[in-house]
Design a protein around this ligand. Structure first.
Ligand SMILES: [Zn+2]
Length: 251
């Protein structure tokens, strides 16, 4: 039952995170005005703003101009809900759940902003840095300095790559990884980086192969960081244990 409430919360917050991710980089207010249809400018009425439900009731069309509404919106809302629902099943019903939900929330906003504008807004990183710092003071990692070591490692590793790749990796990613190190500690942040680049290489490679993107076209890295980090955070110790076991067995 409570899992369903988390799903519902996730869906509702997901729709709000989408608005934040779209408006903060443009320095627009996240409260007013209400969202409009991107085609005809028709301002959405409260009953057209119900996440997922409105989309289904309107069969994916704007009530003003009948143009198609991108299925990305309800998918994104549903994905946020599903991640919220999954979090307690993985980290348990502990205080760590608060950290997990904060992490998912930050990633949803960053992914929207990075996909649409290729930036991770400083404002978002600063908000979440404050929240995460507070959370790690109240519920520190074991040992507590793992946060410090993680932040330094995340920052240094990404800075080197940003410099070497000459803009292939943005400075937003460097700051994000410092923050992720603070939240996750050194071991998980390294695994997060490994998985993010792995996902990026595989998906990026496939996108090139199927000509969805052109060679040298910059790809936002935020979605891969989100996928890699959540995988590392949720299943990191299992992955590391499995890997060590695998090495010991010598195939
Ligand atoms: Zn319209």
């Amino acid at each position: 039952m409570i899992v369903l409430i988390l799903l519902l919360y996730g869906i509702i917050l997901g729709s709000f995170y989408n608005v934040i991710g779209l408006r903060v980089p443009l320095k627009k207010s996240i409260v007013v005005p209400r969202s409009t249809c991107t085609t005809c400018g028709h301002q959405l009425k409260p009953f057209e703003l119900i996440p997922v439900v409105s989309y289904i009731l309107q069969r994916g069309k704007c009530r003003g101009c009948k143009s198609r509404i991108s299925p990305i919106y309800p998918t994104f809302e549903l994905l946020t809900g599903l991640l919220f629902m999954t979090a307690p099943l993985v980290v348990g019903w502990s205080t760590e759940l608060v950290v997990a939900l904060t992490l998912i929330s930050m990633f949803m906003i960053i992914v929207v902003s990075d996909i649409n504008y290729m930036i991770i807004p400083d404002k978002i990183l600063i908000w979440f840095a404050g929240i995460f710092l507070l959370e790690r003071i109240i519920w520190p990692l074991n040992p507590w300095w793992d946060s410090l070591l993680g932040a330094v490692t995340g920052f240094a590793l990404l800075l080197i790559i940003a410099v070497v790749s000459k803009g292939g990796m943005g400075f937003g990613d460097v700051k994000l990884y410092a923050l992720l190190g603070l939240v996750l500690g050194v071991k998980i942040v390294l695994l997060s980086f490994f998985l993010s680049t792995l996902f990026g290489a595989v998906i990026g490679g496939l996108a090139l192969l199927f000509k969805i993107v052109k060679r040298r076209q910059p790809i936002p890295f935020g979605p891969f960081i989100a996928a890699g980090t959540l995988t590392a955070y949720f299943w990191g110790s299992e992955i590391i244990t499995f890997y060590i076991h695998f090495l010991n067995q010598g195939f």
